[in-house]
Design a protein around this ligand. Structure first.
Ligand SMILES: NC(=O)c1ccc[n+]([C@@H]2O[C@H](COP(=O)([O-])OP(=O)(O)OC[C@H]3O[C@@H](n4cnc5c(N)ncnc54)[C@H](OP(=O)(O)O)[C@@H]3O)[C@@H](O)[C@H]2O)c1
Length: 288
């Protein structure tokens, strides 16, 4: 049995859809099981079991892990992430789970720190010391993050950032989910660390230009100094300081460390990753 933590999240929900399509049984966890049942719908009910669990409640994890052999772990970022994921890994090992697939993030140079990447490195260390077979997926920025730019694009035809003209990797979460399904099902490719990207790099000005063409009106990217973006995210985006910091650190990093795509998705799935162009076409109405 495969247990899924993060089943209501961006990657986890796509993973569930993939497992349902493949007819692979799984136990999906949520702190809000009713919401998860509605998300799964009629199609998934015969293969997906829903269980209530909270990572801050060890007893709920013990119940949820009973009889399972594999665990998919995608946890939302929070200042408690190291503590919660460490507890999950320890309880999984005690419960007899053999293989964990963890969503991590790219490992960055120490000279340009990204705090959340540091949290993931700590958790990866816990995983390697656990003695469990573990597969680590390190995706770059999700294409789905771009949907968060929609409010100012729809109302003011602009979006903000501090990435300048630096080109970045973007990956569609559905490709991360497809890779996760593959490493859960195919033992030959499990037990490795995979850095995941799309097939091309894009800068924010290039995305503004693509959106302008798609929407048939001018969309502009406004570059800000990092401290200005930080203040903007906290005051207008209502982000807590740690999250606003994370966004600024990630964007600053892309101006310091050049990014380039790799062929990992293609090697693992035997097909090219989804493109940014296809993503923007699919979600164009969100930016209208
Ligand atoms: N966004 C990016 O561009 C990016 C890039 C690289 C890596 N990442 C990494 O991707 C991960 C997030 O993946 P995602 O976006 O798919 O997740 P997400 O959409 O943020 O969803 C997170 C999931 O975490 C679960 N969760 C949160 N607190 C929990 C708790 N106390 N107990 C049990 N479950 C809990 C939620 O489940 P319920 O609410 O249903 O309980 C939810 O399903 C992060 O670790 C992030 O660092 C993100």
């Amino acid at each position: 049995m495969i247990v899924i933590i993060g089943a209501t999240g961006t990657i986890g929900s796509a993973l569930l859809e993939r497992l349902v399509d493949l007819g692979v049984p799984a136990r999906a966890l949520s702190r809000e099981p009713e919401k998860l049942r509605n998300q799964i719908g009629e199609k998934g009910r015969s293969t997906i079991e829903v269980a209530s669990a909270d990572a801050s409640d060890p007893e709920s994890l013990r119940r949820a892990f009973a009889g399972a052999s594999q665990l998919f772990l995608a946890m939302s970022n929070s200042p408690r992430q190291i503590e919660l994921e460490t507890s999950i890994i320890q309880i999984a090992a005690e419960a007899g789970i053999k293989h964990i697939v963890k969503i991590s993030s790219p490992a960055f140079e120490i000279s340009s720190p990204v705090a959340v990447a540091g949290w993931h490195q700590e958790i990866e260390k816990v995983l390697s010391e656990s003695g469990l077979i573990h597969t680590v997926l390190r995706p770059y920025a999700f294409m789905q993050n771009l949907l968060r730019l929609a409010p100012t694009i729809t109302t003011q035809n602009v979006f903000f950032g501090s990435m300048g003209h630096s080109p970045c990797n973007f990956i569609d979460c559905r490709d991360i989910a497809d890779v996760a399904a593959e490493v859960l099902i195919n033992r030959e490719v499990s037990g490795q660390v995979y850095t995941l990207t799309g097939s091309e790099i894009f800068s924010y000005p290039q995305i503004a230009s693509q959106l302008s063409t798609l929407l048939n009106r001018r969309i502009s990217y406004i570059n800000m100094e990092p401290p200005v973006l930080l203040r903007n995210l906290m005051e207008h985006g209502h982000m807590p300081p740690w999250l606003a910091n994370h966004v600024v650190e990630i964007q600053t990093m892309s101006t310091v460390v050049p990014e380039s795509p790799n062929d990992t998705v293609k090697r693992l799935l035997g097909r090219a990753p989804r493109t940014l162009d296809a993503f923007l076409h699919e979600y164009v109405e969100n930016f209208r």
